[in-house]
Design a protein around this ligand. Structure first.
Ligand code: EPZ
Length: 430
């Protein structure tokens, strides 16, 4: 297994390109199941999770072609995918595939809506919490699906097709909102989703569905009103920039010090995270091509924050913030309200000398004068990158083991950071 080695203490400068958002690209690819026509997605990031989903979609019968190299490639436009689900040849998503990546469970809604039947393996738990799917099932049942669990599979049927309905979620869920939104696009009649997740990636999918012929109101709000189209067309859509990757590099620059432009980043997607960084003493400015992050010489101020659904502080940046706060001049308090077990990074950060006390859902982080490099273990995607951030601040060498987690969600991480002056390299296993 590959490892990443970092020698800390180098300031970062220059610029790096932000990729398309993983968490928009995945549901957008799944939306290709809703039409027999071609869906073209531009700016798709080259990530392990995208490749895993491509395999799963091919298994359902989706033809996937990827454009070759362009003569004049934009520095921050990713790959172009052409997805055509002319015929769905298999409505089962098997355990071996779904267990690799939770978002693949999201094929359930589109398969059911298009074919009237779907059999999708339960995704199971994962490192950050139990992550049930009850809200997905609740939403699809409201649209008329009959659902049973059989041998670890969700078996869903809608022999007469799905019918629009009012779905009022008791809790905000990104995945359940995607599921109902995509299914409703093909259902008969109007669906209203109340307490919908407002994450920008949901808006991106909604805009793509609108291009495919689905009429929709309330994009970006917590009430989505969807007029089922019965039949959807092909479309061309560009994946929005990755706000979590943007935030991660912003925290990395804050940690290492220096001045870096994040090209292609959209500042408005990260209001809460950037406000936290500014409070910590980091300068953030919108530029013609993205966002500029700078911290020159000043110490970091501690902050108190809790994770919340969008537009609150994202759980997907909690670990990165915690890594940064290990060197703040004072005590920070970080509360995780979305996932019950998203603190796997705490014990690894402690190996570098961080002082973090955990109590229930709250971490108290006392800033220390210095972190020291050590061997650490990547546990989940965002936890892993928090170790990279800590490594950039630490004295000496940090080696991160099991970096396949990073490859699931960060494209060319070592190249992007080394291009800005970080001393970071991948040690490829023999
Ligand atoms: C999405 O996961 C993201 N994944 C996650 O990013 C992200 O952390 C999360 O949303 C929250 O923002 C993708 O977009 C591919 P949820 P999702 O349903 O949809 C509970 C990353 O690192 N819940 O919004 O699975 C659930 O247990 C990943 O890129 C139910 O109780 O998250 C959690 O406590 C990790 N029942 C809360 O809701 C359900 O049926 C929010 O989860 C569904 C969820």
């Amino acid at each position: 297994m590959d490892r990443i080695s970092i020698v800390g203490g180098k300031q970062l400068s220059g610029s790096l390109a932000i990729s398309g958002a993983k968490n928009a690209a995945l549901p957008l690819m799944i939306a290709s199941l809703l039409t027999s026509e071609r869906l073209t997605l531009k700016n798709v990031p080259n990530l392990a999770d995208v490749n895993t989903l491509a395999r799963i979609l091919r298994n359902h019968g989706v033809d996937l072609a990827v454009d070759g190299k362009r003569a004049d490639p934009s520095p921050y436009l990713g790959e172009t995918f052409h997805l055509t689900a002319r015929d769905i040849v298999d409505t089962t998503a098997p355990y071996e595939m779904v267990s690799r990546m939770r978002a693949s469970f999201w094929v359930l809604g589109p398969l059911l809506a298009r074919c009237g039947v779907a059999r999708v393996s339960m995704p199971g738990g994962c490192a950050i919490g139990t992550r049930p799917v009850d809200l997905h099932l609740m939403g699809l049942k409201a649209l008329g699906a009959e659902i049973e669990i059989d041998g670890g599979y969700v078996v869903a049927k809608a022999t007469k097709g799905l019918k629009g309905a009012r779905v009022s979620f008791p809790k905000v869920s990104v995945g359940a909102t995607h599921a109902v939104l995509m299914a409703a696009a093909l259902a008969k009649g109007e669906t209203v989703i109340e307490n919908a997740a407002r994450e920008p990636e949901i808006g991106d999918v909604a805009e793509c569905l609108a291009k495919m012929g689905c009429k929709m109101e309330g994009i970006g709000t917590s009430t989505l009103r969807i007029q089922g189209a019965g039949r959807l067309e092909g479309a061309v859509h560009t994946v929005l920039p990755d706000r979590i990757e943007t935030g991660t590099y912003a925290f990395a620059v804050a940690a290492a010090g220096g001045d870096v432009e994040l090209r292609g980043a959209r500042k408005s997607l990260l209001d809460t995270a950037f406000a936290a960084l500014e409070q910590a003493g980091v300068t953030i400015a919108e530029t013609e091509h993205g966002v500029r992050i700078a911290r020159n010489g000043r110490g970091l101020q501690p902050i108190a924050i809790e994770t919340q659904p969008y537009p609150g502080f994202p759980t997907d940046l909690q670990a990165q913030l915690m890594a940064l706060m290990t060197r703040a001049e004072g005590t920070s308090v970080i509360r995780e309200t979305i996932f019950e077990n998203r603190f796997m990074h705490v014990q690894e950060l402690a190996r570098l000398g961080a002082d973090i006390q955990l109590q229930g859902d709250t971490a108290t982080v006392r800033g220390v004068k210095q972190l020291r490099g050590a061997q650490v273990m990547a546990t989940d995607l965002r936890a892993s990158v928090s170790l990279v951030i800590a490594g950039l601040m630490a004295e000496g060498k940090t080696t991160i083991n099991r970096v396949y987690h990073l490859d699931r969600g960060f494209e060319r991480l070592e190249q992007k950071l080394s291009g800005c002056g970080a001393d970071i390299e991948r040690l490829v296993s023999g």
